[in-house]
Design a protein around this ligand. Structure first.
Ligand code: HEC
Length: 210
């Protein structure tokens, strides 16, 4: 039952609610219940218009004109970019089978820097030994006893594997292969320096070292 006629004022203007000043909607009414044409706040409307514009730009930009890559393509592009970078900077590798101590000043200085930063706490300021063994004598725990020699390779394996039960962790993830070679070269250069407060020998005495 509609009473459209009643909602119009005599001179044809739509009826206004006295409380809210909103206009009544004229096209429907149910059992005397009528609906007001509430005005939406401007900020709400602008937000709404913005979402429409945004959706259009998004649709055209991502799906129709494809100005920008979709998430999947973006991921693929980044992977490709990383592959490019990796190709341009190959990972430094060491020839472990023929590893030798470095003797250049710069390498020993770099090795000392790593030693002073990480190894001193356990091996002593001058490699004299503390918690860890003395590096300045000919006694070694991890030498190659069958061939009666200690090579930089033997020590390299210790640094890579660590000796967890004795408190020495693996430095595989903290130091690059070259950094390990440098710090071991520095350690080897300490041989025979005879510093004060040396820790008592540990391991076995070897004849050949380096
Ligand atoms: C938290 C203490 C600690 C730190 C830090 C530490 N070490 Fe050690 N290191 C030890 C202990 C303890 C041993 C003896 C392991 C064993 O008894 O087998 C050892 C053993 C070694 C050995 C073998 C010595 C041998 O006689 O065979 C080498 C080489 C070595 N450490 C190098 C390093 C280097 C290089 C660093 C720094 C990057 C370092 N360590 C840092 C505790 C430490």
């Amino acid at each position: 039952m509609s009473n459209t006629d009643e909602t119009k004022l005599p001179h044809g203007e739509p009826e206004i609610d006295e409380l809210t000043n909103d206009r009544y909607l004229t096209d429907h009414e149910y059992d005397g219940i009528r609906e007001l044409d509430n005005k939406l706040p401007a900020w709400w409307l602008y937000l709404f218009y913005f979402t429409i514009v945004f959706a259009l730009v998004y649709l055209v930009g991502y799906h129709l004109a494809e100005w920008w890559p979709l998430q999947d393509d973006e991921y693929k592009n980044e992977i490709a970019a990383v592959a490019e970078i990796k190709k341009a900077t190959p990972v430094e590798t060491l020839d472990l089978e023929n590893l030798i101590p470095l003797t250049a000043e710069a390498d020993l200085a770099a090795g000392k820097e790593t030693f002073d930063k990480i190894c001193v706490t356990c091996h002593g300021k001058f490699g004299e030994g503390l918690v860890g063994p003395n590096f300045t004598d000919m006694y070694w725990i991890h030498g190659d006893s069958t061939n009666n020699k200690v090579t930089i390779r033997n020590l390299y394996d210790v640094v890579i594997t660590g000796v967890i039960e004795k408190g020495m962790i693996s430095y595989k993830d903290q130091l690059s292969p070259v950094q390990i070679q440098q710090v071991l070269s520095f350690i080897i250069s300490l041989q025979g320096t005879n510093p004060a407060n040396q820790k008592k020998p540990e391991g076995k005495k070897y004849d050949t070292f380096g």
